[in-house]
Design a protein around this ligand. Structure first.
Ligand SMILES: Cc1cc2ncn([C@H]3O[C@H](COP(=O)(O)O)[C@@H](O)[C@H]3O)c2cc1C
Ligand SMILES: O=C(O)c1cccnc1
Length: 321
C-alpha cells in the first residue's frame, strides 16, 4: 500500500483491510469476489420472562422472510453482491421453508432463568455445526464471510454470556434489544442476574457458559468463527450477538482473532466493551441495532473498495518517481 500514489496511510482503514486480508489469505492481492452472509437462527426459552419487545414467533416469521428475500439482510446483501445462507440450529419452527439449511439441534432453548438453557452436548453439537458450515463455505470457494443471527430474546442471552465471561456487572452490559421500555429493561436485568445465579456458569469453561446461559445460534456462531479460522476464511462479525460469539470463540482459541473483522458499532452497550476487549475497531457507526448480519453486509462494499484500491491505483513508480 505504501507505494501507491497517496500519502502514507492516507486511506486509513481501507489500507488495514487489505493488509489484514493479505495476511489471512497469503495473497498480497486478495480476492473477495465470492461473499456469503450466514444467518444462524434459534429460539430462546427465556422469552417467557418478558425480556423482548417482540414475541418468540417473530423468529420463525423472519426465517420465512429471509427465504422470500424481504429482510434487511437480504436487501443489503443484494446491494453488496453477497449470497445469504440461513441455517436453523434451534428455532421453534417445525416445518422450515426450502431455503433453510436444517441443522436443528432442538426446538429452542429452555428458560435459563429456571435452569440451564441446554445440555453441554447440545452446545457442543451447535458449535460443531458452525465449524462445518464455515469449512464447507471455504470448500465452495467463498472468500469473505459474514456472520449474523435471528433469535428473539438473544440480547438477553448475550448479556448473560458477556457478564459471565468478563465478570462485568449486568447493568453495564445490558441494552434495550428490540426496543424495550424502562420497566422491561429492569425486568431484563433481573432475569439475567437470576439466570447467572441459578446456573452458576464456570467463567473458565466457555462451553459451560454457552450451554447454561447462551443459545443455540450463539453456539453455532462461535463454531463458525472457529471453523473459519481453521480454513483461513476471513469473517466479518455483525452486532453485539455475533460479537459475543466471537468473544467465546476467542476464549476457546485465541488464534481466531487474526481472521476477524468488526463491521459496525451497535447501540447495545456491551458491543463497544466486547470489541475493545477483542481489540477490534468497527468500520461503521450507523447507530444500527438490528442483528441478522445487516451491519456486516453493509460493510462488504468497503472491503471491495479496499481491494480495488490495492489493485487499481497507480504507484509512484508509474509516475516515474
Ligand atoms: C422483526 C425483527 C427482525 C429482526 N432481525 C433481527 N432482530 C434482532 O432482534 C432480536 C434480539 O432482540 P431481543 O433480545 O430484544 O429479542 C434478534 O432476533 C436479533 O437478530 C430482529 C427483531 C425483530 C423484532
Ligand atoms: O447489536 C445487535 O446486533 C442487535 C441489537 C438489538 C437487537 N438485535 C441485535
Amino acid at each position: 500500500m505504501n507505494e501507491l500514489t497517496k500519502p502514507l496511510g492516507a486511506l486509513g482503514n481501507l489500507e488495514e483491510i487489505v493488509i489484514r486480508l493479505a495476511g489471512m489469505t497469503g495473497n498480497v492481492m486478495p480476492d473477495i469476489g465470492r461473499k456469503t452472509m450466514v444467518v444462524f437462527c434459534g429460539d430462546h426459552g427465556v422469552t417467557e420472562e418478558g425480556v423482548s419487545a417482540y414475541p418468540s414467533d417473530v423468529t420463525g416469521l423472519m426465517i420465512h422472510n429471509f427465504c422470500k428475500g424481504g429482510a434487511a439482510v437480504n436487501v443489503l446483501s443484494r446491494r453488496a453482491g453477497a449470497d445469504v445462507k440461513v441455517v436453523d440450529v434451534g428455532s421453534r419452527l417445525k416445518k422450515l421453508p426450502a431455503c433453510v439449511v436444517d441443522r436443528k439441534v432442538r426446538l429452542g432453548t429452555a428458560n435459563m432463568a429456571v435452569g440451564p438453557a441446554m445440555e453441554r452436548e447440545e452446545a457442543e453439537e451447535a458449535i460443531a455445526i458452525g465449524i462445518t458450515i464455515a469449512q464447507e463455505l471455504k470448500t465452495e470457494g467463498v472468500q469473505l464471510a459474514g456472520v449474523g443471527e435471528m433469535g428473539i430474546g438473544n440480547t438477553t442471552a448475550t448479556s448473560a454470556v458477556a457478564s459471565a465471561l468478563t465478570g462485568m456487572s449486568v447493568d453495564k452490559l445490558v441494552g434495550r434489544g428490540t426496543g424495550i421500555d424502562d420497566v422491561m429493561l429492569r425486568q431484563k436485568v433481573k432475569v439475567i442476574r437470576k439466570s447467572l445465579a441459578v446456573n452458576q456458569p464456570n467463567k473458565a469453561d466457555a462451553i459451560d457458559v454457552l450451554a447454561k446461559v447462551g443459545g443455540l445460534e450463539l453456539a453455532a456462531m462461535t463454531g463458525f468463527v472457529l471453523g473459519a479460522a481453521s480454513v483461513r476464511l476471513p469473517v466479518v462479525i455483525d452486532g453485539v450477538i455475533s460479537t459475543v460469539a466471537a468473544f467465546v470463540a476467542m476464549a476457546l482459541s485465541s488464534d481466531v482473532k487474526k481472521y476477524l473483522f468488526a463491521s459496525h458499532l451497535s447501540v447495545e452497550p456491551a458491543h463497544r466493551i466486547l470489541l475493545d476487549q477483542l481489540g477490534l475497531e468497527p468500520l461503521i457507526d450507523a447507530k444500527m441495532r438490528l442483528g441478522e448480519g445487516s451491519g456486516a453486509v453493509l460493510s462488504f462494499p468497503l472491503f471491495d473498495s479496499a481491494v480495488a484500491v490495492a489493485r487499481e491505483m497507480a504507484t509512484f513508480a508509474d509516475l516515474g518517481l
